[in-house]
Design a binder for this molecule. Structure first.
Ligand code: 4GX
Length: 244
């Protein structure tokens, strides 16, 4: 899996990715990350990358040319077209399903905008997909790009130490995760649920499934509505809701 990030703040991306689990996967060449400084492609003697908006108004707009030339520097060496994603609040909302879908793309180019946005003409020319990480406004596309890299990379085999470590976690199957406990057995007078120390694995799995269903129902009913529950799960959930 390869990611190329087009940004005006390469050091930010570099620092954050290096310090994470993703940094290790990057070092071990399980994923490839290229961070491209859009400023390097400015033809201006002051390395300018933005200008005033036609029609007036507040703020600055990123120039088309440096972004387009940065993009050409990537595809010039390829015999296929990578998928180009523009991070913007106008895009479709990113979620786990989208992450699983994008994992199949082998090469993603992530375009990070700043200021009031980017000259529309270069977006029309190179962008395949617009993605938003949430309905709020950030100062730039760098954090969203890192969210995508983090979320997609951990689905790539070998990135997480334990291959199965995302198989039954929160949201993977559309449900929230069951509660977790570790030592000590008693904390602030509260004991660990008895079933978890019983050693009866079938019962433990049933209990965890039940907690997942209950939590999702209570905390994120919107997620539950997207699922078609099996009769067994419906029964478990009903049971769970009757318990104190
Ligand atoms: N999910 N931002 C993009 C530049 C911009 C300004 C105006 C289009 C129109 C964001 C988000 C996000 C801030 C990144 C504005 N683009 N990106 N940037 N939420 O808020 O992805």
């Amino acid at each position: 899996m390869r990611f190329d990030v087009l940004t005006l703040f390469p050091q930010v991306i570099e620092a954050v990715l290096r310090e994470s689990i993703i940094g290790r996967a990057w070092e071990n060449k399980i994923i490839e990350v290229n961070i491209i400084n859009i400023r390097d492609f400015s033809k201006d003697k002051h390395k300018k990358t933005d200008d005033y908006p036609y029609g007036g108004g507040n703020g600055m707009v990123m120039l088309a040319q440096p972004i387009y030339d940065a993009y050409l520097s990537i595809i010039g060496k390829l015999d296929y077209k990578p998928k180009v994603i523009y991070l913007s609040p106008q895009g479709r909302l990113f979620d786990q399903e989208k992450a699983a879908d994008l994992k199949n793309d082998r090469h993603l180019v992530l375009l990070c905008g700043h200021y009031e946005g980017i000259d529309e003409r270069v977006l029309e020319e190179i962008v395949d997909e617009e993605i938003s990480v949430g309905d709020y406004v950030l100062t730039g596309g760098e954090l969203p790009a890192m969210i995508l890299i983090d979320c997609i990379s951990r689905l790539v085999p070998g990135v997480l130490s334990n291959e199965s470590s995302y198989s039954d976690e929160s949201l993977y199957n559309g449900l929230l995760e069951y509660p977790q406990y570790t030592r000590p057995y008693e904390f602030m007078g509260k004991k660990v649920p008895e079933i978890l120390v019983s050693g009866h694995h079938a019962n433990i799995n049933r209990w965890r499934r039940k907690q997942s269903l209950k939590r999702t129902y209570l905390k994120r009913p919107d997620l539950l509505k997207k699922l078609e529950l099996k009769d067994e799960d419906k029964k478990l959930l009903e049971e769970a809701l009757q318990e104190p």
